[in-house]
Design a protein. Sequence first.
Length: 135
Amino acid sequence: MKVSFDFDSTLSRRDVQQFAMELVRDGHEVWIVTSRRSNDDAEMTDPWVKDRVLRSNKKLFRVADNVGILRSNIQFMNFQMKSEFIKDKGFVFHLDDDPDELWDIIATKDPCKAINADHFDWERDCREVLNKSQP
């Protein structure tokens, strides 16, 4: 199954990282879809901003490597809504802490289940989606 995680306040958390590692081990296609700027965002002309983004993204890449997420499975949205990438890509769930992002995914009517990382049952909800999506 193809699944997606936000990074800040979601995959940056140890409990979410452990869950994502399990999914990678089980053969799921795990993605990071983040609102962050990419290291090569052409609109970053201020050297201070660029340096800050580069340093901040080092942590994201380190976590991705530790979890086992391929660099090619990291999508930087450069502050665009994540639904623009997720829609029609076959994701079964996206885990995020931002209610606006979650509602936007729901509004697209895409089958991707938007799951709130701040909800106490987030992991159960993710597992339930995976179990229902099994052939």
